[in-house]
Ligand binder design. Structure first.
Ligand code: GRF
Length: 203
């Protein structure tokens, strides 16, 4: 299966996906990487892995819709079966989301439906939560609201800073994202209506 990954930053999840794709019998390959920001480390990772990559800056477009249309066109050039958001820090318009409906995944650093949006680690600490986590979900028009496929939990310890928590979460992200992508590429997980279905069972 052909995978396009969208990034805006360091791309550690991109790296985990690239590494997984190199393992025996992995059912997908990253055929393109697009960043909305220039000079981010994720682009270097793509370069090092000999994966076609490009910058499509939102600054060159005067509306969210026109940028998203350009992004759709750039992605479609790679003829992907799956589009993976991996730290892509843009809110996507309905036209974009509908175009890739059922083949668009995101990873969000919280136990959804808790803490949609930004600053999730600090918000979990401020709320005195004892645990935190990360969710992989299908993307729908509702921001961070699409059906969840898999979550991983981590503990929050009393002295934790948001950075401590972010590092602990990253370790889990790098496990669950390649796993869910494997399921998707194997046809084991699909979006049906507003539900994620794994091996025929609604999640
Ligand atoms: C991750 O924490 C992910 O959950 C969030 O953005 C971060 C991306 O990190 N959506 P990286 O660029 O993959 O290292």
């Amino acid at each position: 299966r052909r995978i396009v990954v969208l990034i805006s930053g360091s791309g550690s999840n991109l790296q985990a996906i690239i590494d997984a794709c190199k393992t025996t019998d992995y059912p997908g390959e990253v055929v393109g990487v697009i960043s909305n920001k220039a000079e981010v480390f994720g682009l270097t990772r793509a370069e090092n892995a000999n994966i076609p990559h490009q910058v499509l800056s939102h600054k060159a477009y005067d509306s969210r819709e026109s940028y998203d249309q350009a992004l759709v066109n750039a992605i479609d050039d790679y003829k992907p079966d799956l589009v993976v958001l991996a730290g892509f820090m843009r809110i996507l318009t309905p036209v974009f989301v509908q175009h890739f409906s059922g083949k668009l995944l995101n990873i969000h650093p919280s136990l959804l439906p808790k803490y949609q949006g930004l600053n999730t680690h600090q918000r979990a600490i401020d709320a005195n939560d004892k645990e935190h986590g990360v969710s992989v979900h299908f993307v729908t028009e509702e921001l961070d609201g699409g059906p969840v496929i898999l979550q991983a939990k981590v503990p929050i310890f009393p002295e934790d800073t948001a950075d401590d928590l972010a590092s602990r979460i990253h370790v889990q992200e790098h496990k669950i994202y390649p796993l869910v992508i494997n399921w998707f590429c194997s046809g084991r997980v699909v979006m049906q209506g507003d539900k994620a279905v794994l091996d025929g069972v609604s999640l």
